[in-house]
Design a protein around this ligand. Structure first.
Ligand code: SF4
Length: 61
């Protein structure tokens, strides 16, 4: 699983980092993905972050 953040859509709410800090880090008001590939044991949390983004700014593949 890979995730990416649309920086134009992200408003820096921090929900993703709160849900899955191993994958997302908010810096300078935007969320950044810290890993190239989400480890299998973090996929559920990462998906929670995708689903919980109020802007729909995170996509997963
Ligand atoms: S939850 Fe969405 S809008 Fe909020 S910081 Fe994360 S990517 Fe940005």
């Amino acid at each position: 699983m890979k995730v990416s953040v649309d920086l134009d859509a992200c408003v820096g709410s921090g929900n993703c980092e709160a849900t899955c800090p191993e994958v997302f880090e908010v810096r300078d008001g935007k969320s950044h993905v810290k890993v190239a590939t989400v480890p299998a044991d973090l996929e559920d949390k990462a998906q929670e972050a995708v689903d919980g983004c109020p802007m729909g700014a995170i996509s997963a593949s």
